[in-house]
Ligand binder design. Structure first.
Ligand code: ZN
Ligand code: ZN
Length: 335
């Protein structure tokens, strides 16, 4: 794709000519006018990409000198991240054909809930309360009765002259809306949106990995003319610091007295599934792990099958022995 060709102009085109060519081509190929026409949609994309580059003196210079490759290497990637509708709306003003920001999303709501590892192993229900912004039903998001802005004549833009330069800026009187509120809506006070508090039960599924987010599509904020945002719940899992996940295994320390480690014993252990008894074999070494099968983390979300519980042996050496204890140990050593 060659940007000048896309807009049907010469390499020597002035800024004004670029604007004119863009206006004509963008309107002709806008998806609203060409429904179910993928070719027009592709052209619309290219036209906006071309305009985005050629209307920016710096990017145009790079493009003229090095082509598209030059733009890519300079990090000003032309097409990938930019929505052609954004460029279009920036050029024509927000409410073209009475539609504001089609396909664009309202903001998401992000909430963090505190969990512990047991919530993730067995699943849990958490109640949350949050504020959500929604479009005011009384004024349908307009903020009240609106009249055309006198300052900009309804375009939302004003021309400012600085010496020989003419700059177009957003009208400060109306903030680019093109209209101002004459009588503010009594429900929302002119804001166009209202905030309400919502309660929701959040089900943490069995086997949800700690610190992952749950997404509730469409349950976020809602601004008039925008698609609703999402509700994103992240879990902040704060478990005992000594308990760790290793894949689907749960690893926790097991303190064993040094004499017990020598001669072996049975120990009662607190696990996520209650108290369990584990046999410690004679001669166990520090750092070795004892396994309780099936008491680990669920292998998948919703899965009943679980990994193992790994008890890492920590040998406890007694301090401050009595004289008779020392004597006995010395006797033992010399046996
Ligand atoms: Zn209102
Ligand atoms: Zn204005």
């Amino acid at each position: 794709m060659e940007y000048y060709k896309v807009l049907g102009i010469d390499k020597s085109a002035s800024d004004d000519q670029i604007k004119k060519a863009y206006r004509k081509a963008a309107l002709k190929n806008h998806p609203d006018k060409n429904q179910n026409n993928p070719e027009a949609e592709e052209r619309f994309k290219q036209i906006n990409e071309a305009y985005q580059i050629l209307s920016d003196p710096e990017k145009r210079q790079i493009y003229d000198a090095y082509g598209k490759a030059g733009l890519d290497s300079k990090g000003s990637r032309a097409s990938q991240n930019v929505n052609p509708h954004d460029i279009f709306e920036q050029f024509f003003g927000g409410s073209f054909w009475g539609r504001q920001n089609r396909q664009r999303k309202s903001s998401d709501i992000k909430i963090r809930i505190e969990t512990n590892l047991a919530d993730h192993i067995f699943g849990a229900n958490k109640k949350i309360k949050f504020s959500v912004k929604k479009s005011c039903e009384t004024c349908h998001g307009t903020g009240g009765e609106r009249v055309t802005c006198h300052h900009c004549g309804g375009s939302g833009k004003v021309n400012v002259s600085r010496g020989f330069m003419h700059i177009t800026t957003t009208c400060t009187a109306c903030g680019g809306h093109g209209s101002i509120i004459a009588i503010a809506c009594h429900t929302c006070g002119g804001r166009g949106s209202v905030t309400e508090t919502r309660a929701k039960d959040i089900k943490i599924p069995v086997g949800l990995r700690p610190n992952t987010a749950l997404k509730f599509a469409g349950e976020g904020n809602k601004t008039e003319g925008f698609l609703p945002g999402d509700l994103l719940i992240s879990t902040n899992c704060t478990s005992d610091l000594e308990v760790k996940l290793d894949g689907n295994n749960i690893v926790m320390p097991l303190e064993v007295d040094c004499i017990d480690a020598c001669i072996g014993c049975s120990l009662k252990v607190d696990t996520f599934d209650g108290k369990k008894t584990i046999k410690v074999p004679a001669g166990i070494q520090g750092g070795k792990s004892l396994k309780i099968p099936g008491l680990g983390f669920p292998r998948n979300t919703g899965s009943k099958s679980r990994g193992d519980l790994m008890l890492r042996v920590k040998i406890i050496v007694p301090k401050n022995l009595t004289d008779s204890q020392v004597e006995k140990l010395e006797e033992f050593k010399n046996v």
